[in-house]
Design a protein around this ligand. Sequence first.
Ligand SMILES: NC(=O)c1ccc[n+]([C@@H]2O[C@H](COP(=O)([O-])OP(=O)(O)OC[C@H]3O[C@@H](n4cnc5c(N)ncnc54)[C@H](OP(=O)(O)O)[C@@H]3O)[C@@H](O)[C@H]2O)c1
Length: 316
Amino acid sequence: MAPALLRFYAKDWMADVMSKGKPTISIIGAGRLGTALAIALTSKSYPIRAVAARRAANARKAISLSALPSTTLALGADQLEQLPPSDLVLITTPDDAIAGIARTFAKLGRSARRRSTFLHTSGALSSAVLAPLAERGFHTGSLHPLISVSDPRAGAEALSGAFYCVEGDSVAVRSAKAIVRDLDGNAFTIKPESKALYHAAAVMASPHLVALFDLAVQMLVSCGLKPQEAQNVLTPLVQSTVNNLKQTSPEKALTGTFARGDVATVQRHLKALAPKQLAEALEIYKLLGLHSLQLAAQRGLDPKVATQIKIALKKT
Ligand SMILES: NC(=O)c1ccc[n+]([C@@H]2O[C@H](COP(=O)([O-])OP(=O)(O)OC[C@H]3O[C@@H](n4cnc5c(N)ncnc54)[C@H](OP(=O)(O)O)[C@@H]3O)[C@@H](O)[C@H]2O)c1
C-alpha cells in the first residue's frame, strides 16, 4: 500500500480507537456555540454523526470549520427526521427554537429505543422545556457553558476550563458532566426554577458589561478620541479590574472615586454627564454609583461621606 494511503487509513483507525467508549453525538444548531462545541468535542475524539442548522448550507460550513469527516451528515431544519441515531443530541439553537425542536423529536420518537439523551445549552431555560421528550422516554437536561462565544474557534478554546451549569435527570446530568470533564471544565448545579435568575446574572456580567464598556467608549469619543483609540485605552483598565476580581471580593476590588468617597469628584462627574447626548450614561452612572456606595460602605467608608454622595446622586 502507498505510504500516503497507509497514513490515511492509520489516521481513521486512530480516530476509531480514540473514540471508543465515547457517546455518539448530533448537534442541532450550527451557530457560534454549536460550532465551538463541534470543534472542542472533535478534538476530544467524540464521534459527531450529524450537524443541523436552519439552512443545511450553514451546517456544512460548521462541519468544514470543525474539520469533521466528510461522512458527517449536514441537515436543514426541515430534515431533522434524517438525524442518525445518536447517544447524545445537543440542541444549540436560539432559546426560542428549543421547545419546537423538542416537540418535533418527540413526534418522531424513532430513536427512543436507544434511550438517547437530549441536552440543550440555554442559560435561561431549564430541562423542563424538553418535557415532550422526557414523556417519550428520552433523558433530558441542560448544559450551559458560562462563557461568551462570539467566534467558534476562540469559543472552542474558551470551552476548555470553563464553568458549566448542569441540570436535568440523573442520566442526562451524568452525560453532561462527562463532557465537562473531557473539556477540562468544572460543573455546578442550580435549581431548575432559578435558571432565569441565574441567566440574568450571566447577562449582567457579560453582555451588560459590553454595553457599559460601549457607553464608556462613547464618553471618550465625546472627549475627542476616535472609537478604536477609546477602546484601546479602556481595555487594559477593564483587564486589570477583571484580574483584581479573580483574586479578591467585589468590595475589596472596588477602586476609585466611590471607594475613596471623593464627594467633589462625584459632583464634577455629574456636571460633565449633564449634556443631553450623555443622558443614558448619566442614569447608569447614578444607579451603579448607588451600588458602589454599598460596596464602599462594606469596606468602611465614612457614613457621613456616603450620605453626601447619595444626596448628590439622587438630586441630579
Ligand atoms: N454564544 C454564546 O456565547 C452562548 C454561550 C452559552 C450558551 N449559549 C446558548 O447556546 C444557544 C445558541 O446560541 P448561539 O449564540 O450559538 O446562537 P447562534 O449563533 O444564533 O446559532 C444558532 C444556530 O441555530 C440554528 N437554528 C435556528 N433555528 C433552528 C431550527 N429550528 N432547527 C435547527 N437549527 C436551527 C441556526 O441556523 P442557521 O445558521 O441556518 O441560521 C444557527 O446555526 C442558545 O441557547 C444560547 O443561549 C450561547
